[in-house]
Design a protein around this ligand. Structure first.
Ligand code: CAA
Length: 391
C-alpha cells in the first residue's frame, strides 16, 4: 500500500474544438459593449464544436497522447465525467475506449454532478490506485456548454476535454488527502432531460457558487487542511474567468484576509489563460485552469496548489496538490497552445449555423460532413446509433 500523498496526476492533456467565436462577434450581434465581456466577465472567445465534434471526439483526442506516451499497462479503469452526455444509458467513455483501442479488461463508467464530477472521478481514481498501486486510471472530463441563443448565458459557452492519467509516484502533481466537501440542494443551473441547453438563474448561480466555496473551505479546515497563505495558486472552476476572482475575493473576505486585487491576481492570474479563450468547459474547466498554470508559471516544484471544484445544484470540493519536482519535463505546453491557436475564428452567422445543426431523432441515417481537424470524428447516426471513426 502506498501513502495516498504519493498518488496523483502523472500526465494531463486537453483538446478543444475546430472553431472559435470571438466575443467581439457576439457583441457585434447583440449590441453589448465589448468591455462587458473582456473585463466584466473576463472572456475573449469561446470554442465552438464542428458538426462532427462532440464530447466523445474531444475526449478521445485529449486522451490519445496519454495512451501514446504511457501505453495501457495497468490501465484498468476509465472514468468519464460530463454533464452534456450523449446517451441516457451508455457511458460516453465506452466509445472512447473503442476509439483508443484500450484493453477489454477495463472498467468504464460515466459520472455526473454538473461541473463537479471530474473531481469525484479524480478522487475515486486516487482511491483505486491506493488499493492497488500498480493500476493507473484514465480520468476524462469533456463538455460542450450551451445556453439559449440571445440569453445572458450565451456569452459563457465553450467546449473542451481534459484527460488525466492518475497513478502512484506521479510526474506532475501529488493529490493530498484532506478534502473539504459541501452539498446544498439549490436550483441555480440545471438541464432537464428534454432540453439540450441549460437553464440558469445567473445571479443565483453566482451566489450559490460563493456559498459553496465558503462551505467547502470551512470543511477543508476542519479536515486538517492547509492555511490559505500556503497556496502559491488556486485553480477555481471557471464558468467565466471573473468568477474565479469573485470566489477568491469572497474566500479571503471570509477568512478576514486582505482582498487586494494584485494579491488575488498573483494567485489566480496564470490559471485563467486557457479558460478565457476556450470558455466554459464545465467538468474540464478547473483542470484546464491547472493546465494553464503548469504551462505558464515559473517553476512550481514542491509548491502547493489549491483546487475548488464547483458543480451547480450544488456540490463543491476544496483539495490541494503538491507540484512534483521535475514536472516541467512532462508538460505538453506546445501541443496545448497549438490546440488553442489552431482554432478557426468564425463569425456570428457561422456560429448560428453550427448551433442549428441537429441529428435526427427518428432513427433515419444521417451522415455528417467532415469538418473536424481532430483525430476522431462523429461520422453520423443510423438506427439511433452514433457512428465514430478515426480521421
Ligand atoms: N464594462 C465593464 N464591465 C461591465 C460592463 C462594461 N461595459 N458592463 C457590465 N459589466 C460588468 C458588470 O458590472 C458585471 O460585473 P460584476 O459581476 O463584477 O458586477 C459583469 O460585467 C457581468 O454583468 P451582468 O451581471 O450584468 O451580466 P449578465 O446579466 O449578462 O450575466 C452571467 C452574467 C450571470 C454570468 C451570465 O452570463 C450567465 O447567466 N452565465 C451562466 C451562468 C454562470 O456561468 N454562472 C456562474 C456560477 S454557476 C457555475 O459556476 C456552474 C457553471 O459552470 C454554469
Amino acid at each position: 500500500m502506498v501513502d495516498s500523498g504519493s498518488i496523483g496526476l502523472h500526465d494531463l492533456s486537453f483538446a478543444t474544438t475546430r472553431f472559435v467565436l470571438p466575443h467581439t462577434e457576439l457583441a457585434r450581434h447583440n449590441g453589448t459593449e465589448i468591455d462587458k465581456y473582456h473585463l466584466g466577465i473576463g472572456q475573449r472567445s469561446m470554442s465552438v464544436p464542428a458538426v462532427d465534434e462532440d464530447i466523445v471526439t474531444m475526449a478521445a483526442a485529449a486522451a490519445r497522447p496519454l495512451v501514446a506516451r504511457h501505453g495501457t499497462d495497468g490501465l484498468r479503469t476509465l472514468v468519464f465525467a460530463t454533464e452534456t452526455s450523449i446517451d441516457q444509458a451508455k457511458a460516453a467513455g465506452v466509445y472512447v475506449h473503442s476509439l483508443l483501442g484500450l484493453p477489454s479488461s477495463t472498467r468504464v463508467v460515466e459520472l455526473k454532478q454538473a461541473c463537479y464530477s471530474a473531481t469525484a472521478a479524480l478522487q475515486f481514481a486516487v482511491a483505486l490506485v491506493h488499493r492497488d498501486p500498480g493500476q493507473r486510471v484514465l480520468v476524462i472530463a469533456s463538455d460542450v456548454s450551451k445556453y439559449d441563443l440571445d440569453s445572458p448565458g450565451e456569452a459563457t459557452q465553450g467546449a473542451a476535454a481534459v484527460a488525466m492519467l492518475v497513478s502512484a509516484d506521479p510526474a506532475l502533481l501529488r493529490v493530498e488527502a484532506p478534502s473539504g466537501l459541501f452539498t446544498a440542494d439549490v436550483m441555480d443551473f440545471w438541464r432537464p432531460n428534454y432540453r439540450d441547453t441549460a437553464l440558469v438563474d445567473g445571479q443565483e448561480s453566482i451566489s450559490a457558487y460563493l456559498q459553496a466555496v465558503e462551505g467547502a473551505w470551512k470543511d477543508y479546515g476542519e479536515q486538517g487542511g492547509r492555511g490559505l497563505e500556503e497556496f502559491t495558486a488556486i485553480c477555481y472552476h471557471q464558468p467565466f474567468t471573473k468568477m474565479a476572482y469573485k470566489a477568491h475575493r469572497h474566500l479571503l473576505h471570509c477568512c478576514g484576509e486582505d482582498t487586494d486585487d494584485a494579491l488575488i491576481a498573483r494567485v489566480l492570474g496564470r490559471t485563467t489563460a486557457y479558460n478565457s479563450v476556450v470558455g466554459n468547459s464545465y467538468t474540464a474547466s478547473v483542470y484546464l485552469g491547472l493546465a494553464a498554470l503548469l504551462d505558464t508559471a515559473e517553476d512550481l516544484s514542491g509548491q502547493a496548489v489549491g483546487f475548488l471544484s464547483y458543480g451547480s445544484g450544488s456540490v463543491a470540493e476544496f483539495f490541494a496538490g503538491t507540484v512534483v519536482p521535475g514536472y516541467r519535463a512532462h508538460l505538453r505546453t506546445n501541443t496545448h497552445r497549438e490546440a488553442i491557436d489552431a482554432r478557426e475564428p468564425i463569425d456570428y452567422a457561422a456560429y448560428r449555423d453550427l448551433r442549428g445543426s441537429r441529428l435526427p431523432a427518428d432513427g433515419t441515417e444521417h451522415l455528417l460532413p467532415r469538418q473536424t481537424q481532430g483525430p476522431y470524428r462523429l461520422a453520423g447516426i443510423c438506427d439511433h446509433k452514433r457512428l465514430y471513426e478515426p480521421c
